[in-house]
Design a protein around this ligand. Structure first.
Ligand SMILES: O=C(O)/C=C/C(=O)CC(=O)CC(=O)O
Ligand SMILES: [Ca+2]
Ligand SMILES: [Mg+2]
Length: 382
C-alpha cells in the first residue's frame, strides 16, 4: 500500500459500503479523505465538481480550479484530519478515459526492441531523434489497478513460418508513466510546450500489457494493434502535476536540432518505477533517462491541430534505463525469453505465467532528496 506524503495529495474515486455512490478521494498517508463530503464546506465554489464521485468534471474545470482546490486541501491537511484507511474502500477508474495515446520515448527501450524485432536493420528508425513516436491505443480497455488481465489469444507465427491461432505464449508488461489531460483544446490550434501545465492535470502509473508474439506478427506496417489493446492498467491515484514541481530535472540533450515546436523541452521528472512479479522485484526503471519530455509529447500530439478532450490519457512508452536492472519489459529483461529471470520463489520466467501478479510502483525524488511515493498499478494474469 502506498504511504502518501501530505504534500502529494493525489486524487482517486472510491466506493465504500457505508457511503452512497462513488466519492472523490484524496490520498494522505495510507488513508483517504472524502472530498465529495468535504467539498461543500472546504471549497464551496467548486463543490459541484465532486458531486458525481469521479474526476471528470474537476479535470474539465481547468488549472484555476485545480490550484484553488489543491491550496484548500494543503491547508486542510495541516490540521491532520482523520482519514479513512484506503484498505477499507474500493478504488475505481478515477475518470472516463477519452483518447489514449502511447509514446515510445525511451531511447534504451526503443534500441532494445529494435534489436530484438528488427535484428537486420538499424535499431532506431531515422525519425526517432526528430519526433516522439507514438500510436493511438484503445481507450475503452484502460482498466484500473486490480482488474484481472485475461491472457489474449490471437494469430501467431511459429519459428517455421506456419501461422496458427491460440493463447499468447509471450505475455509481457510495460512499465510506463501516464499523463492525464484535464482542460481540452480547440480543433485546429496546437498546444505548445509552454502550455503543458494549463492542460495536463496529473500523472499515473501505467502497465501497457503486451502480447509479444501477437504483436510481432501483426504490427507491420500499421503498428501495435491487438497485441496491446486487450488491457492497459492504470493506478487508481492521479498525482497532480503541481505536486511534482520539486522533482523536475533537465532531460538528456537531443542528438539533432529539433523543430521549434519541440523547444524548449520542458522538464523531465526524477521518478523511479519498480516492477515486481509475485513480490519479487525485477527492475527499477528510471524516468529521468527518457529522451522526450511530457511537454514535447503533448506538443507533438497536437501539432497537426488535433484537439484535446478532458480525460485524454497519454503514456510515455516503456521506461528503460541503460542498465540491466532498469529495463521496463520482460522482452528486454529476458531478451525475448532467451535468458529467463529467477524469481524469489525459485521459479523462472521468460514471459508471464497464468496466476502471476505484476505490481508497478512509482516514487519521485525531490531536489532535496525526499522520496514521494506516487502509487502503484497491479494486475493478475488469468
Ligand atoms: O518497436 C516496435 O516495433 C514496438 C514497440 C512497442 O512495443 C510499442 C510500445 O508500446 C511503445 C513503448 O511502450 O515504448
Ligand atoms: Ca507501451
Ligand atoms: Mg496495452
Amino acid at each position: 500500500m502506498t504511504d502518501f506524503d501530505p504534500g502529494t495529495l493525489p486524487y482517486c474515486s472510491f466506493t465504500a459500503p457505508d457511503v452512497d455512490g462513488p466519492r472523490v478521494g484524496v490520498g494522505i498517508g495510507e488513508g483517504v479523505l472524502d472530498l465529495t463530503e468535504l467539498a461543500p464546506t472546504l471549497v464551496p465554489d467548486h463543490a459541484l465538481l465532486f458531486a458525481e464521485g469521479s474526476l471528470d468534471r474537476f479535470l474539465a474545470a481547468g488549472p484555476d480550479a485545480w490550484a484553488a482546490v489543491r491550496a484548500a486541501l494543503l491547508e486542510h491537511v495541516r490540521g491532520a484530519p482523520a482519514a479513512r484507511p484506503v484498505a477499507e474502500v474500493d478504488l475505481r477508474l478515477p475518470f472516463a478515459v477519452a483518447d489514449y495515446v502511447d509514446f515510445y520515448a525511451s531511447r534504451h527501450h526503443a534500441t532494445n526492441v529494435g534489436r530484438i524485432f528488427r535484428p537486420d536493420g538499424d535499431p532506431l528508425t531515422p525519425n526517432w531523434d526528430h519526433l516522439p513516436i507514438g500510436y493511438h491505443g484503445r481507450a475503452g480497455t484502460v482498466v484500473v489497478s486490480g482488474t484481472p488481465v485475461h491472457r489474449p489469444s490471437g494469430q501467431l507465427r511459429s519459428a517455421d513460418g506456419s501461422i496458427g491461432f491460440g493463447p499468447s505464449a509471450r505475455l509481457d508488461v510495460e512499465a510506463e508513466v501516464g499523463f492525464v489531460v484535464g482542460a481540452g483544446s480547440t480543433l485546429g490550434r496546437p498546444v505548445g510546450v509552454e502550455a503543458f501545465a494549463e492542460h495536463v492535470f496529473g500523472v499515473c502509473v501505467v502497465n501497457d500489457w503486451s502480447a509479444r508474439d501477437i504483436q510481432a506478427w501483426e504490427y507491420v506496417p500499421l503498428g501495435p494493434f491487438l497485441g496491446k489493446s486487450f488491457a492497459t492498467s492504470v493506478s487508481p491515484w492521479i498525482v497532480p502535476w503541481a505536486a511534482l514541481a520539486d522533482a523536475h530535472v533537465d532531460p538528456p540533450e537531443p542528438k539533432v536540432d529539433l523543430q521549434e515546436y519541440l523547444r524548449p523541452p520542458g522538464p523531465g521528472l526524477d521518478l523511479e518505477l519498480t516492477i515486481a512479479i509475485n513480490g519479487s522485484v525485477v527492475s527499477h526503471p528510471p524516468f529521468a533517462t527518457m529522451a522526450w519530455t511530457p511537454a514535447q509529447m503533448l506538443a507533438h500530439l497536437t501539432v497537426n491541430g488535433a484537439s484535446l478532450r478532458p480525460g485524454d490519457l497519454f503514456a510515455s512508452g516503456t521506461v528503460s534505463g541503460p542498465e540491466t536492472g532498469q529495463l521496463g519489459s520482460l522482452l528486454e529483461l529476458t531478451w525475448n525469453g532467451t535468458r529467463p529471470l529467477a524469481l524469489d520463489d525459485g521459479t523462472e520466467r521468460g514471459f508471464l505465467a497464468d496466476g502471476d501478479t505484476v505490481t508497478i510502483s512509482a516514487a519521485a525524488r525531490t531536489r532535496d532528496g525526499r522520496l514521494l511515493p506516487l502509487g502503484e498499478v497491479e494486475g493478475h494474469v488469468v
